[in-house]
Ligand binder design. Structure first.
Ligand code: GMT
Length: 375
């Protein structure tokens, strides 16, 4: 069994979710897991006997113009590597975690192996920022092993960082014990949604890249043909713009703004269709969460989304920004009960086959074994 350190962004966000869920499942397999983060990861919501949490403390010495969080993290990583005799330090999100892990490795007294997982915006946005690019590439190239959450992200990393480093694709997963089709017989009514109305859901952090305005415009065309409600879950910089757009399109009675929600599987249980119309998306973990709950999805032909949705089987892939084309696909699907049932069944099966949590965790375990020289 390995002793594994995990660093991630502990707040809401797909990379933090995956890092935390991976830590939990690895701990269930008997590994010792040490989270090294600025806060307790938000999904670490109960006591696990072989999971430990090491908080990064940042010095506030008045001479510093900016608190040196990054350096304090590297210092903490080195301290935990030595004290807990870590075999592996697995960092999620390259910027700045990969380069800090390399620094920590140089500061400690063990031949700890560094594994870096790329999640998306660390490459697709920050990787093209000239103030960060060289540092991100260095962190990736110096890591012992690098994984990415989709083939598309591997290609983008190669192109944007101009690196030939080997990158393994290990897809994301969900804990199927949490994401399944639960029975919520009264929830629809409690939200004031009529039994015959279809529910279309979008979940995101409402950043510009998520194109939530496209979701609203697509819904505006759907609701003209099919009695339905749009449920918007999450919060972020575009939230108030979305609010205004809903008002402008006179959709106030049809759109529910729910803000951040914890028990998303209950909301997915009342949903008929999920929309993710982003312009950048290395994977789209929310699609997997929906599919695991039997909700068909429509996504854009962007990044890793076509690796997650099987077009015509578990949902549809539309062109970025093609509001009319996407709403046509949605209306066609929602008008065909038999098709919705089949897509829903196939979505669940796909999660259990291609993205099964046990198989994905095994891929990480195999990679750890290889990097530790056990294979
Ligand atoms: O964009 C987000 O929603 C947050 C971001 C993150 O870093 O947590 O998500 C990225 O990582 C997720 C987990 O691997 C992926 O499912 C998301 O597609 C990816 N986001 C982007 O590529 C924009």
């Amino acid at each position: 069994m390995a002793k594994i350190g995990i660093t991630c962004y502990p707040t809401v966000g797909g990379s933090g979710v995956i890092a935390t869920e991976l830590g939990k499942l690895l701990a269930e397999q008997g590994h010792k897991i040490h989270f090294i983060t600025s806060q307790v990861p938000f999904r670490l919501n109960r006591v696990y006997p072989n999971i430990f949490y090491h908080e990064v403390e940042v010095s506030n010495y008045p001479v510093f113009q900016h608190p040196p969080y990054d350096l304090s993290l590297a210092n903490k990583m080195a301290e935990v590597i030595d004290r807990e005799e870590l075999d592996i330090l697995h960092v999620h999100y390259a910027m700045p975690h990969a380069v800090l892990a390399i620094l920590a490795k140089q500061m400690c007294n063990r031949d700890v192996k560094i594994v870096t997982t790329l999640h998306g915006t660390d490459i697709t946005v920050l990787g093209i920022d000239s103030t960060l690019k060289r540092m991100i590439r260095f962190g990736i190239e110096q890591s012992d092993r690098v994984t990415a959450v989709s083939h598309s992200l591997v290609e983008q990393t190669r192109e944007q960082l101009d690196t030939s480093k080997d990158i393994d694709v290990i897809y994301n997963f969900v804990d199927e014990r949490e994401y399944y089709r639960i029975q919520t017989p009264t929830l629809k009514e409690e939200y004031g949604i009529k039994e015959h109305e279809k529910v279309i859901i979008h979940i995101s952090n409402f950043r510009k890249v998520k194109r939530v305005d496209d979701v609203i415009r697509v819904f505006a065309e759907i609701v003209e043909k099919i009695p339905s409600k749009l449920v918007l879950v999450g919060d972020g910089p575009e939230y108030s713009n979305c609010y205004h757009l809903v008002k402008k399109l006179e959709l106030e009675d049809h759109v529910l703004f729910l803000g951040k929600q914890e028990n998303v599987s209950e909301l997915l249980a009342i949903s008929d269709l999920k929309l993710l119309l982003s312009e950048k998306e290395s994977f789209g973990l929310v699609l997997l969460e929906a599919m695991s709950c039997g909700v068909p999805c429509i996504g854009t032909n962007i990044g890793g989304i076509p690796e997650v949705i099987q077009h015509g089987v578990t949902g549809y892939i539309g062109e970025l920004g093609d509001v009319t084309g996407i709403s046509r696909l949605a209306v066609e699907l929602l008008s065909d009960e038999v098709k919705v049932k089949q897509f829903s069944k196939d979505a669940e099966s796909l999660v259990h086959e291609k993205f099964a949590s046990r198989a994905i965790v095994e891929q990480y375990e195999q990679l750890y074994d290889q990097v530790m020289g056990h294979e």
